[in-house]
Design a protein around this ligand. Sequence first.
Ligand code: ADP
Length: 294
Amino acid sequence: MTNNMPEVANRRKQLLEQEQRLKTRMSKIRHKIAVISGKGGVGKSTVTVNLAVAFTMHGHANSVGILDADIHGPSVPKILGLTGQRLQAGPPGVFPALSSLGIKVVSMDFLLLDENSAVIWRGPLKMTAIRQFLSDIVWGDLDFLFIDLPPGTGDEPLSIAQLLPEMDGVVIVTIPSEVSQIVVRKSVTFARKLGMPVIGIIENMSGFVCPKCGAKIDIFMSGGGQKIAKELNVPFLGSIPIDQKVCEDSDRGVPFIVEHADSQASKAFMEIVKKIEAFLKSREKQSNTKMEVK
Ligand code: ADP
């Protein structure tokens, strides 16, 4: 039998050092917000990217980052026009890719051979990757880190909840249909069980206004997000309509709130941003009061 005690001790030391690095790096980021959804394809990544852009444009230039923690289906680089980028390493660690708007981005996509490559990993490996994204990336001083998580309540959201207990909270994206509302319940239960504040629910793909005749068609119905928010006693942040331009802009790698600032979808989105700002302000006030009481 070989004595593997030194190896175990060494590994333990490495993990402790990594944990310390994670704490140091994350302490330089003021707000951390995760974007989650019960189901895929509801517009979670689109919302994450546009949230990051909105905050960049409103007083936080060069102070916003996105961690694309969707290990199996990373799509943030595509929406920001960063496909094909690679992460560069230097003595302090690995540097995030930089979007044209100055947003720092880290995604599994930057580590894959090409866009057809697939990550075939089980839970522990995904946890390791996410831990490294938080501890070994040179994020620097940021006002915001948005974390785009894969749909559901699997390994990645669990890892983030465990590694970032100080997180401000989660934004839940849904579409109005009843099938989606059911899974929103699971997302809220998940967040509550893990002690992550629910900032609120966004109803995306909420109705479609025909550009030719102006008639509103509720393709996936509408009002479901509001209904479920009320039922679960969590804030409702707003509804974003279906807009062909949202899809086109994302495919071209330009955020829709920049390209089509006057569209109804962008205006709805900016109202949501104001509500998130209000949530963060009231949270800061609460924690300042707690500190004063201490
Ligand atoms: P998820 O991250 O939930 O899987 P995505 O953000 O990748 O979803 O969006 C899925 C698709 O829907 C993308 O093609 C995106 O451009 C499109 N999309 C998202 N929101 C809207 C919207 N409000 N109107 C039109 N298309 C949208």
